[in-house]
Design a protein around this ligand. Sequence first.
Ligand SMILES: Cc1cc2nc3c(=O)[nH]c(=O)nc-3n(C[C@H](O)[C@H](O)[C@H](O)COP(=O)(O)OP(=O)(O)OC[C@H]3O[C@@H](n4cnc5c(N)ncnc54)[C@H](O)[C@@H]3O)c2cc1C
Length: 262
Amino acid sequence: MKIIVCAKQVPDTNEVKIDPVKGTLIRDGVPSILNPDDANALEAALELKDKSADVSVAVLSMGPPQATYMLRECLAMGADEAYLLSSRTFGGADTCATSTTIAAGIRTIGAYDIIFAGRQAIDGDTAQVGPQTAQRLGIPSVTYVQKIREIKDGSIIVERQLEDGYEVIEVKTPCLLTAVKELNTPRYMSVSSIEDAYKAEVNIWDENNVNLKAEDCGLKASPTQILRSFAPAPKGKGEILTGTNTEMAVSLVGKLQELHVI
Ligand SMILES: Cc1cc2nc3c(=O)[nH]c(=O)nc-3n(C[C@H](O)[C@H](O)[C@H](O)COP(=O)(O)OP(=O)(O)OC[C@H]3O[C@@H](n4cnc5c(N)ncnc54)[C@H](O)[C@@H]3O)c2cc1C
């Protein structure tokens, strides 16, 4: 069984600030990490590999050259192969162009049974790339996968997370699944696997390697236009009511009536 995991290198959002004048992310000096949901996606693939010797796991990313560090981390966790789609032509891609490029990379890697992606990336946060990639490949997808129940011959049974429960879905393979953090706990890398990962080859491909024309990639193929991005102004200090429960309830009702909320 061949599994391909889509992994994105993202800025560590605990460290990111927004330029108040330009409205853009200040990325300088911000450490990059493997997108958290993608670590769950990779762990799911590796757990299937642990159970069966005939499972191989490839990791695929689109990003700048420094994304090779993140891919080596994936190799050190246990992935067998790593592919980076990297070219100036891919720059400025919105989710539409990103999924076109990722789908082309997947086709170039070759036959596959399962593609895992994260539910969403913590920087772009759209949760669009997984389902869009499935659509471009013409395969079914299940989003928000919180548990893999059973792998059958030609299908897979998963639990799909809902706000108030879950649904059980059987989906034909090949398919694309997007992982949520409840799916598993990603493993740590071992010291020896880190050494091996730094010697391993990361395949770096541009648009020619994946048979894409320049006009189908990056900014040229991105219909999205961002008019403004900003950090919401911090809210004013809240008021904490004191007293007995009844006194606080009476006080709250009075304040809401003053504001004509009730
Ligand atoms: C006009 C415009 C220009 C942009 N220019 C750039 C730019 O120059 N550089 C840039 O980095 N971003 C750029 N972005 C942001 C970029 O479009 C998104 O980050 C990207 O398309 C992924 O969307 P997302 O982060 O919402 O991912 P989501 O849809 O939330 O991600 C879901 C899952 O898809 C997979 N995935 C997503 N992106 C990748 C990837 N790159 N490689 C592998 N797997 C992936 C992961 O498994 C991830 O968990 C731009 C956006 C717009 C609108």
